[in-house]
Design a protein around this ligand. Structure first.
Ligand code: NDP
Ligand code: 2IT
Length: 445
């Protein structure tokens, strides 16, 4: 297998799908060596079968706004690979959504889900619908129309969607309600459900908590802790919120949050009621972080910029893909940052990752460090199957252990002879071996 040849064939076949190609290239570069040492992978065509989704459903989502106008959006579900278990992965509602982004996310999800050690395949879906400024009723009508198509290909043993950017507890409620009406069934077909109708404690916090548990393990490998560390967080959504909560609890000071409008610098730290305020800010659906600076004293709003220019010890990018580039990485390194733990999916560009690794800085890819979200979705599925609810403590303990195990797997497969841990390689090799061996067992499908 030669990464460049496969990637260039893929580029010809899917021109313009740059995020998808970026994600495939990163995985192939990491596994090339181990793949070529195992001829059984080559003879079973594992790579060729893994880099194309099993199927992609595209559909039209018509809905009526509050003024009575008919609107049309595109809906998608990319079912990538189900060697390890039912397809599993979130739904993203954001105007930037297209097939390339969902294929990159679905592809990454295969490996992330394998790392959780739970029986989960990989998928992703969503729509170019923009929730910004929409009323509650408009969001409900959109979700209902979306589910009117999606329900045909999902099920608790087939494909279990969840949230992602623009899809939180409210949207999952509307989607689940429609699924229930269509099928006459209350089943664990979606995760991130409300606590009164099948949800799991800790799922809202899980991704961000997992990111911080992972950062804690990374720092511990160098004899460091989060105590008194200064932290830059980007985004102000679900993942950022959980990360801020846990980082603060562990004694760190989070000094930034960001939105598409810019970032806020809060030298006193985002803590206490300011963390609750993040939820209020998201609930407004206005998509801007700037009001935070007006709400609290001593906070600066820096329009149109990313928070990576601030001097911090730890960076947690939790907003979106390719939000931290080479220049940003250099700023962080120059300012003495020692650890970058991805909360979002693929937030650092390949060039930025190169900078971190060349400087020997701790760096982990989202597929390892943000796997706590989908892992807790897996725990929600287990609770649904058992028809039982675990306590917050039980779920949190399992989540914590899963993050420790993922860290261990990354070290096992990513440790270089000089002792530096290449978490990208570690995560890719550990998860690839699991998926590839399952595919070998199951035959050519
Ligand atoms: P939310 O919608 O709750 O928050 C997303 C955040 O990213 C918001 O602050 C949002 O601001 C910002 N954002 C979104 N798109 C852009 C953009 N194009 N440019 C700049 N900022 C942007 O989503 P989540 O917190 O759930 O997701 C954040 C990241 O974490 C994503 O990469 C997601 O794939 C990943 N993730 C999510 C998991 C989950 O369980 N929810 C699990 C694992 C990973 P705005 O809305 O104002 O644009
Ligand atoms: O990117 C992700 O892992 C998620 N959005 C969560 C997926 C899930 O099924 O919980």
């Amino acid at each position: 297998m030669k990464t460049e040849e496969i990637v260039s064939r893929l580029e010809q076949k899917h021109p313009g799908e740059k995020e998808y190609i970026q994600a495939v290239r990163e995985v192939l570069e990491s596994i090339e060596e181990i793949y070529n040492r195992n001829p059984q992978f080559q003879s079973a065509g594992i790579i060729e079968r893994l880099i194309e989704p099993d199927r992609v459903l595209t559909f039209k989502v018509p809905w009526t706004d509050d003024e009575g106008n008919v609107n049309i959006n595109l809906g998608y579900r990319v079912q990538f690979n189900n060697a390890l278990g039912p397809y599993k992965g979130g739904l993203r509602f954001h105007p930037s959504v297209n097939l390339s982004i969902l294929k990159f996310l679905g592809f990454e999800q295969i490996f992330k889900n394998a790392l959780t050690t739970l029986p989960l395949g990989g998928a992703k879906g969503g729509s170019d619908f923009n929730p910004k400024g929409k009323s509650q009723h408009e969001i409900m009508r959109f979700c209902q129309s979306f589910m009117l198509e999606l329900w045909k290909i999902i099920g608790p043993e087939t494909d279990v969607p969840a949230g992602d950017i623009g899809v939180g507890g409210r949207e999952i409620g509307f989607l689940y309600g429609m699924y229930k009406k269509l099928t006459h069934e209350h089943t664990g077909v979606l995760t991130g459900k409300g606590l009164n109708w099948g949800g799991s404690l800790i799922r809202p916090e899980a991704t961000g908590y997992g990111v911080v548990y992972f950062a804690k393990e990374m720092l511990a490998s160098r004899g460091e802790t989060l105590e008194n560390k200064t932290v830059a967080v980007s985004g102000f959504g679900n993942v950022a919120w959980g990360a801020v909560k846990k980082a603060t609890e562990l004694g760190a000071k989070v000094v930034t949050l960001s939105g598409p409008d810019g970032y806020i610098y809060d030298p006193a730290g985002v803590s206490g009621k300011k963390i609750d305020y993040m939820l209020e800010l998201r609930a407004t659906n206005e998509d801007i972080v700037e009001p935070y600076a007006r709400e609290f004293d001593g906070v600066e709003f820096i329009p149109g910029k990313h928070p990576w220019e601030v001097k911090v010890d730890v960076a947690l990018p939790c907003a979106t893909q390719n939000e931290l580039n080479e220049q940003d990485a250099k700023h962080l390194v120059d300012n003495g940052c020692i650890c970058v733990t991805e909360g979002a999916n693929m937030p650092c560009t390949p060039e930025a990752i190169g900078v971190f690794q060349n400087h020997g800085i701790l760096f982990s890819p989202g597929k390892a460090s943000n796997a706590g979200g989908v892992a807790t979705s897996g725990l929600e599925m287990s609770q649904n199957a058992l028809k039982m609810n675990w306590t917050a403590r039980e779920v949190d303990d399992r989540l914590h252990q899963i993050m420790r195990d993922i860290h261990h797997a990354c070290v096992k497969y990513g440790k270089r002879p000089d002792g530096y841990v290449d978490y990208v390689k570690g995560a890719n090799v550990a998860s690839f071996l699991k998926v590839a061996n399952a595919m070998l067992d199951l035959g050519v499908l």
